[in-house]
Ligand binder design. Structure first.
Ligand code: SF4
Length: 334
């Protein structure tokens, strides 16, 4: 970029903040490379057009079926391909899931996310989970599930049972994807996302930083997300939690400022989406988390555990939000 471009922002003819679905990788690279103060200021300005900057959504995640997954996602403690010490469990009973949801609600969570380590659910599992969804909704919580790949029919059934959100991440760029996962394709992921949309559910879809990707890969992943026909309502941005036994156990930790840049670019390219600061907070300073909020993150996971990896204690989160003068709130997706 020349000096004028720097002052005006990338592709000055396309004002930043417009809801677009035609981003190029080069444009997003330009955003990621903006001078840090300008990047954060731009992201925060866009954030304020769509959200109250003082609120953060809390979501709680429960692993309802852990480990033994046949997929080979190179970062995951739950893959049966790697020796990680995670013990495989059966799908939890509905009553036990609902009891956990009730505890999460008492703790202030407004959405309850349930994750199962499957390639894809069996139809009988979907039938079982439909009753669970109805019971969790009955508590007054928004519901989200991540169960792997879905058929169109399974997506319709989950929607009919009252499922609000389905999480299915793209993880990384299409170019880098094959280095991380070989047991399902990028196209498979996009197909499940299409089934979720067709069924009328909201989409939670993001990715992970720290998988050995380049800056261009990050831009390319954001381009895939931002160029979906509808932006995902929730965009989780995770930092790799290195797990012993996985191929990425020794991957280099992501620079916190690169995470802030990626969150800002997600906010700029998907202005109305809730951007979730997800896995990796355990390793972040409170100052870095505050910068993420400034850059447009407005959701966090709460609770001491994220599926199988650690997360900051709830009391620490409350203390941080209080020090920042921020409130935990239910956010309506605009
Ligand atoms: S990320 Fe999900 S699909 Fe991949 S191995 Fe882990 S549980 Fe299985």
């Amino acid at each position: 970029m020349n000096e004028t471009d720097r002052q005006q922002g990338p592709r000055a003819q396309a004002p930043l903040g417009a809801v677009r679905h035609d981003w190029t990788v080069e444009e997003i690279l330009d955003v990621l490379r903006l001078p840090f103060p300008e990047l954060v200021h731009t992201a925060q300005s866009i954030h304020r057009r769509h959200f109250d900057p003082g609120t953060v959504q809390l979501a709680q995640l429960l692993s309802i079926k852990t480990g033994g997954c046949p997929e080979d996602c190179g970062y995951c403690a739950q893959s049966a391909h790697f020796e990680t010490g995670v013990k495989a469990t059966k799908l939890m009973a509905s009553a036990a899931i609902v009891a956990e949801a009730s505890r999460a609600k008492d703790g202030g969570a407004t959405r309850f996310c349930m994750g199962a380590a499957w390639r894809s659910p069996k139809d009988r599992d979907v039938d079982h989970l439909c009753a669970t969804i109805a019971a969790v909704k009955g508590l007054g919580l928004e519901t989200c599930m991540t169960l792997g790949m879905l058929t169109a029919d399974q997506a319709r059934k989950l929607k009919a049972a009252g499922l609000d959100y389905y999480n299915h991440n793209l993880d990384t760029s299409p170019e880098h994807y094959g280095n991380i996962i070989t047991t399902r394709t990028y196209a498979d992921r996009l197909e499940t996302l299409a089934h979720v949309r067709e069924a009328g559910m909201a989409v939670c879809c993001g990715g992970i930083l720290g998988l050995g990707e380049t800056e261009r890969d990050r831009a390319s992943m954001l381009r895939e997300l931002a160029n979906l026909a509808e932006h995902p309502e929730s965009v989780p941005i995770n930092m790799l939690m290195q797990v012993a036994g996985t191929p990425l156990a020794d991957a280099k930790r992501v620079d916190a400022l690169d995470l802030v840049r990626t969150i800002a670019a997600a906010r700029i390219t998907m202005p109305r989406s809730v951007v979730r600061l997800s896995a990796g907070r355990e390793h972040m300073s409170e100052e870095a988390q505050a910068l993420c909020f400034l850059a447009g993150a407005n959701s966090i996971f709460v609770g001491a555990k994220l599926l199988t990896t650690a997360n900051p204690e709830r009391s620490r989160d409350e203390a941080l939000l209080s020090r920042l003068g921020m409130r935990a709130e239910m956010l309506e997706t605009p």
